[in-house]
Design a protein around this ligand. Structure first.
Ligand SMILES: Cc1cc2nc3c(=O)[nH]c(=O)nc-3n(C[C@H](O)[C@H](O)[C@H](O)COP(=O)(O)OP(=O)(O)OC[C@H]3O[C@@H](n4cnc5c(N)ncnc54)[C@H](O)[C@@H]3O)c2cc1C
Length: 335
């Protein structure tokens, strides 16, 4: 999407959903740990499941910077909702780029419409031994492994899953998100974002047919691709910081959020970890400032300050990388 009017319309719709639907329910969603399915249905109705999908398959195909602004806006409304929805886009992008015959045709339309909704299983992409291993068998692969973090259980029907074979090639495949004898889950209790229903997933001899594969990549080539893709999670932290700004006399926070966003937008792969760390730190500082400026009532469960501070804490470690963590620690120790 390149037209200014179309871009404005997407951003205006995101703002409306955030203000009219997500934010009014954010405290209840946080307190109950239950994400209303209607939140995600509304995002599907707005076409946001196809935010990065090609137009020929019903996607909005927005520019990356516009997409990040939508993520930030929705995160400022309700981080749990945005968090679950955000996991979906890796599957859309992988399917759009897939050269496996039939995959685009079968999956892209339903994924862009949100008729199919995906979570992400990335643990095999971490350095060291693969958390999920893939063994070739007739007609597909057998997957084995245990994955600590999979967000959105119960809200997704598809798991966009990475695994590594014996040659250390990454295989990405679309699994059904259904408990079975070979796929079991255990819910994790989180300090915030509990409504995201993040779970531990265990794959034990789980078969995935070859036609569910989206692509492969030598694992040695993954770090470069990963480094270039770190931008978007920074928008979650910006969303938290921006909500804090809106809830108080913002002072210099208005300029700081804008500067942090500009730095993320302009960063190359080398500067992205620092820009991500800056965004995470800003979210924590903004939430702390909101709490201090609002006084004692801000620690009541009925107030947003405590929710936003807990959410900012989760964003200090979610989607982190060694360079992001090192930069965050450097910033915190040097104060
Ligand atoms: C609340 C919550 C929900 C999460 N939901 C999901 C989810 O739905 N799906 C999912 O896949 N993960 C999910 N994660 C995991 C997350 O994406 C990161 O892997 C994790 O936050 C990094 O944690 P860590 O700093 O403890 O590093 P570790 O997990 O101990 O990883 C060690 C190192 O591996 C590197 N690393 C981690 N992930 C990758 C990667 N993908 N590519 C390359 N290098 C990597 C980092 O440099 C890190 O320092 C979730 C995490 C949290 C806290």
């Amino acid at each position: 999407m390149t037209g200014t009017v179309a871009t404005r319309s997407v951003l205006a719709r995101a703002e409306r959903v955030a203000e009219e639907v997500l934010f009014p329910a954010a405290l209840k969603t946080d307190a109950t740990g239950v994400l209303p399915p209607s939140h995600l249905d509304r995002l599907a109705d707005e076409g946001f499941y196809g935010l990065f999908g090609p137009r020929e398959f019903g996607g909005l195909e927005v520019d990356p910077a516009v997409g990040c602004r939508v993520v930030e806006t929705l995160a400022s409304g309700c981080l749990a909702t945005a968090f679950v929805w955000l996991q979906h886009h890796g599957a859309v992008k992988a399917v759009a780029a897939s050269e496996n015959p039939g995959v685009r045709e079968q999956w892209l339309g339903p994924l862009c419409r949100g008729a199919r909704r995906a979570g992400t299983v990335n643990a095999a992409l971490r350095p060291g031994p693969a958390a999920v291993r893939a063994r070739p068998v007739a007609g597909g692969y057998i997957l084995d492994g245990e994955v600590a973090w999979v967000t959105g259980w119960g809200h997704v029907d598809t798991l966009f899953t990475a695994a590594r074979d014996e040659q250390d090639t990454v295989i990405w495949a679309l699994l059904d998100a259904e408990e079975s004898a070979t796929l079991t889950i255990k819910r994790l209790e989180l300090v915030a974002l509990n409504a995201s229903y993040t779970a531990n997933v265990c794959l034990s001899g789980h078969f995935v047919p070859a036609e569910r594969m989206t692509g492969t990549l030598p694992f040695a080539d993954w770090p470069a691709r990963d480094a270039a893709g770190l931008r978007m999670n920074g928008s979650l932290a910006l969303g938290v910081a921006d909500r804090c700004r809106r809830l108080m006399d913002p002072g210099p926070l208005t300029e700081e959020v804008a500067a942090c966003r500009a730095r993320l937008d302009e960063a190359d792969a080398t500067d992205l970890p620092n820009a991500r760390a800056a965004a995470s730190e800003l979210a924590v500082r903004a939430a702390t400032t909101l709490i201090v400026s609002s006084g004692a009532p801000s620690v009541l469960l009925s107030e947003h300050g405590q929710r936003l501070l807990r959410e900012a804490a989760v964003l200090l470690v979610f989607g982190s990388r060694r360079a992001i963590r090192d930069e965050l620690l450097r910033r915190m120790k040097s104060r």
